[in-house]
Design a binder for this molecule. Structure first.
Ligand code: URA
Length: 498
């Protein structure tokens, strides 16, 4: 005999649960039940009238809580087969296997789980895609909003508490073809009847579209992921959806424009602050020059690397007796990736040549390895590195000194002096002095050649040029005093120059 179980089939769990419980208690097997959705023309099932099969009452053992959760979700699914499926599962749990839900390969379990998943996803989409529009409220009343949503399943009752919590300070009505929910500040009312679409469009739709197109980041666009997140079936009720095809079409051009636009230049204090933070943990220093240089190429110890083209590492013989330390690469050095190749470098080479110092015998480097500048129009104007930047970069300079082991180091300018000694001093106090450094090493201090380039007065320029030559002569004498022979004059192991 087939028993008709007629229930309200619009997502409510209790009617199905009550019917299923009664059928189970009566011992009516799943095959013998014809589940139907209530319609006004039919009367509800009168469970008292169910025939009890011969042999006594059926089983009523407790049902695992996991099944109740699963059934409460799956019952919201729009597939009419869900009632029979869930009853069959219930029957099997009670009569066959209590741990049935753990058997994921079981066809009934898999089908119920798939329904549960689809319902949860639809509910999640409803929380994300309901768009309220304001309607006129009577004077003195709370603001009123309506929304139209088209869910795939009967999820309105399930999802309504979310909206009640989230939009508690306004009156709202969410109408859907699968029932409606309304909140008036005191009561949440949910009805299963299909609703008509409210005609409401308000000015915030335009505002929302403007906002959406502004937060849309074309550089992050992943069309497939976007459509998975915002499936097309929901688009028709989303005010922003009409913008999407155009935003996608324009994305490539906008990304190219963004790339072409100059990056925002941080204000000076930003770099100053950043460079005073502790530097990142350093790698174990490489013990050969080539490897050290490679490490330095990826240096991010201070913010200067963000805007510079590349690290400009030192170059020259790996066993040079003299190391020249400048301030930082300039515009041309930054582009070439080599120290002292621009105007200051050329002036230094000229002065060195005049006093018989062969640059090929010198290891030439800088206190700071990245070009610091301020963009001005198309030009990049040199900026002095601050003490924080010098401090971060000293690590590399110290490693260069450890590897090259020069007998004499020449500091060109105050930045080089600060990097080599850790002290800031007016250059006039230390210029021309030969100071002792750790490791039996001498430090000679002179001006930076760019200082000579900046002197406007030709007479003063000439005087300072002479002074500089005198300083370099002193360097030559110090080299000789360090007893370097003519055979040493040619570099033994010149380090790679690109
Ligand atoms: N000034 C420096 O201090 N170093 C260079 O490499 C170029 C200019």
């Amino acid at each position: 005999m087939i028993h008709a179980a007629v229930i309200e089939g619009r997502g409510a769990f209790e009617p199905w649960r009550d019917a299923a419980r009664a059928l189970l208690q009566t011992g009516i097997a799943p095959d013998a039940v014809d589940w139907r959705v209530f319609d006004a023309a039919e009367a509800r099932l009168d469970f008292d009238a169910l025939p009890v099969p011969a042999g006594g009452a059926g089983k009523t053992s407790a049902v695992p809580a996991a099944f109740l959760d699963l059934a409460a979700a799956a019952i919201c699914h729009s597939d009419p087969a869900r009632f029979a499926l869930l009853y069959r599962l219930l029957w099997r749990l009670v009569h066959e296997e209590r741990l049935l839900l753990r058997v994921h390969a079981d066809a009934d379990v898999a089908a119920a789980r798939a329904m549960e998943k689809s319902v949860r996803r639809d509910a999640h989409k409803m929380t994300a895609f309901v768009r309220f529009r304001e309607i006129v409220a009577p004077p003195g009343a709370r603001r009123r909003f309506v929304a139209w949503f088209e869910p795939e399943h009967f999820i309105v009752a399930r999802t309504a508490p979310f909206f009640q919590r989230r939009f508690t300070d306004m009156d709202w009505l969410i109408a859907t073809p699968k029932g409606s929910a309304a909140w008036d500040g005191e009561r949440l009312t949910v009805t299963p009847e299909p609703a008509a679409r409210p005609e409401a469009e308000d000015a915030t739709d335009d505002l929302w579209r403007i906002y959406y197109s502004n937060i849309f980041n074309p550089a992050r666009l992943k069309v497939k992921a976007m459509q998975a997140e915002m499936p097309k079936k929901y688009w028709k009720n989303l005010p922003e959806a009409r913008l999407i095809p155009e935003l996608i079409a324009e994305a490539e051009t906008r990304v190219a424009e963004m790339a072409a636009r100059q990056a925002t230049t941080p204000l000076p204090f930003h770099d100053r602050l950043q460079s005073s933070f502790p530097a990142e943990t350093l790698p174990v220093p490489a013990n050969n020059w080539e490897a050290l240089r490679n490490q330095a190429m990826g240096c991010t110890r201070c913010p200067l690397h963000c805007h510079a083209t590349q690290t400009v590492f030192g170059e020259g013989p790996g066993d040079a007796e003299v190391m020249i330390v400048g301030e930082q690469p300039g515009d041309q050095e930054d582009l070439a990736g080599r120290p002292f190749v621009g105007p200051a470098g050329k002036l230094f080479d000229r002065a060195a040549g005049e006093v018989g110092l062969d640059r090929r015998r010198l290891y030439v480097t800088n206190a700071v390895k990245h070009f610091k500048y301020e963009p001005r129009g198309k030009r990049r104007i040199h900026q002095k590195p601050n003490m924080g930047e010098i401090e971060h970069c000293r690590w590399w300079l110290a490693k260069e000194i450890d590897l090259v082991k020069p007998k004499l180091i020449v500091a060109l300018g105050a930045t080089a002096y600060a990097a080599l000694t850790g002290e800031r001093k007016p250059l006039s106090e230390v210029r021309g002095q030969t100071l002792a450094m750790e490791g039996d090493r001498a430090l000679f201090v002179t001006v930076h050649p760019s200082y000579l380039l900046r002197i406007p007065d030709p007479q003063k320029k000439e005087v300072e040029w002479r002074n500089f030559l005198e300083d370099l002569k002193a360097v030559t004498c110090l080299m000789q005093a360090a007893s370097m022979t003519e055979e040493d004059a040619l570099p033994r192991a010149r380090l790679a120059i690109p």
